[in-house]
Design a protein around this ligand. Structure first.
Ligand code: 3PG
Length: 400
């Protein structure tokens, strides 16, 4: 981006593909981390006199306008953070976008409506995606890719659009890639990876890749129960992906051969019912051993003994990557595991990277100072796929 700015962007329409996919409760933004992360690039371009066109997706609408996924609340928040008014176009390539972009002054900022309101954005058909990218390209003179959270998507605004305009990477992408690169090239050891979240199927690729790289894999969250089941334990009503048990067994065996340590919960906090996340009413929970969860209970967090063990495994690590909460952290009765891992990261001298929207939101919602962590990635799937060593369409498009 510095090169693009150095060549002169004053008066030019610069399209910034950001990832402003933030969690919303109605039209209230519950975590604005991704909007804040987008500010430096937008600010730099605006200060340099560009007419900045910001665009993003939000949620997964079905290729047509859907008010619950409108970016309007984001325009408001972005304006507050930039300290300037952000004009909002109520479509992506239609009359509103053309008029709003046309009316943007030098140094002004426009946000387009959700890119996924247009079926061409996510289409698997190259021609359909290309046609949408052509329409977006007609709005701008240059392109800056800065939506790190979406670089693993082969979408029109991420992959096809940069090929149509002079392009550059923004500050966020540069920072994210710089940090994640450190984890794939000479990483300092011991290297511990903490994986959580609901589904083990989302993490198979990264586990596969990390088996040759990490020294310790600490597993929590809903995905841990498939590991416990693979070891032959009773998991009661806990989340279980039975079809993944053979794959997980394979990973446990390979880890043993390679000398990689798998750290699984030894106790869990369980309840008969999934807790009410709105009222946060007490859940009547119990701590049970992880090798025999009673049939009527569902494991919803790692237990106190596991917390101690996980903290100890982080205490002498030199590098830690963490993706995914350890339990249902949104409810106070099941937040202790996630809190213990966050605290373990802070207490450890290790270089720490927190990846994934959920873990990043957990860190903030649990009241931790995000600046105390080495790096909090804005990318969930994107950071995992980067660590898997995959070619990410949104990065490849910026490299050529
Ligand atoms: C994310 O939240 O991980 C990114 O914004 C990508 O969103 P998607 O998974 O809906 O493509």
């Amino acid at each position: 981006i510095d090169e693009l700015v150095g060549d002169g962007v004053s008066g030019k329409r610069v399209f910034v593909r950001a990832d402003l996919n933030v969690p919303l409760d109605g039209d209230t933004i519950t975590d604005d981390g991704r909007i804040r992360a987008a500010v430096p690039t937008i600010q730099k371009l605006a200060e340099s006199g560009a007419r900045v066109i910001v665009a993003s997706h939000l949620g997964r609408p079905k290729g047509a306008p859907d008010p619950q996924f409108s970016l309007a609340p984001v325009a408001q928040r972005l304006g507050e953070l930039l300290g300037t008014e952000v004009a909002f176009a109520t479509d992506t390539v239609g009359d509103s976008a053309k008029a709003t972009v046309g009316g943007t002054a030098d140094g002004g900022v426009t946000l387009l409506e959700n890119l996924r309101f247009n079926a061409g954005e996510t289409s698997k058909d190259d021609t359909e995606r290309g046609a949408f990218a052509d329409q977006l390209a007609a709005l701008a003179d240059a392109y800056v890719g800065d939506g790190f959270g979406a670089v693993h998507r082969k979408h029109a605004s991420v992959y096809d659009l940069p090929a149509r305009l002079p392009h550059a990477a923004g500050y966020l992408i540069a920072t994210e890639v710089g940090v994640l690169k450190k984890l794939t090239e000479d990483v300092e050891r011991p290297y511990a990876v903490v994986l959580g979240g609901a589904k083990v199927s989302d993490k198979l690729g990264v586990i596969d890749h990390l088996l040759g790289k990490a020294d310790r894999l600490l597993v929590g969250g809903g995905m841990a129960y498939t590991f416990l089941a693979a070891k032959g334990y009773e998991v009661g009503k806990s989340l279980l992906q039975e079809d993944q048990i053979p794959a997980v067994k394979g990973y446990l065996d390979r880890a043993e051969q390679l000398g990689v340590e798998f750290v699984l919960p030894v106790d869990v906090v369980a309840a008969a019912e999934f807790p009410d996340l709105k009222t946060k009413a007490p859940a009547n929970s119990a701590v049970v051993t992880a090798d025999a969860i009673p049939a009527e209970l569902e494991g919803l967090d790692i237990g106190p003994e596991s917390r101690k063990r996980y903290a100890a495994k982080l205490a002498d690590a030199a590098t830690v990557f963490w993706n995914g909460p350890m339990g249902v952290f949104e409810h106070p009765d099941f937040a202790a595991g996630t809190r213990a891992v966050a605290q373990g990261l802070l207490d450890s001298p290790a270089f720490t990277v927190v990846g994934g929207g959920d873990s990043a939101a957990a860190v903030r919602q649990l009241g931790f100072d995000e600046n105390a962590f080495g790096h909090i990635s804005t990318g969930g799937g994107a950071s995992l796929e980067y660590l898997e060593g995959k070619t990410l369409p949104g990065l490849a498009a910026l490299e050529d």
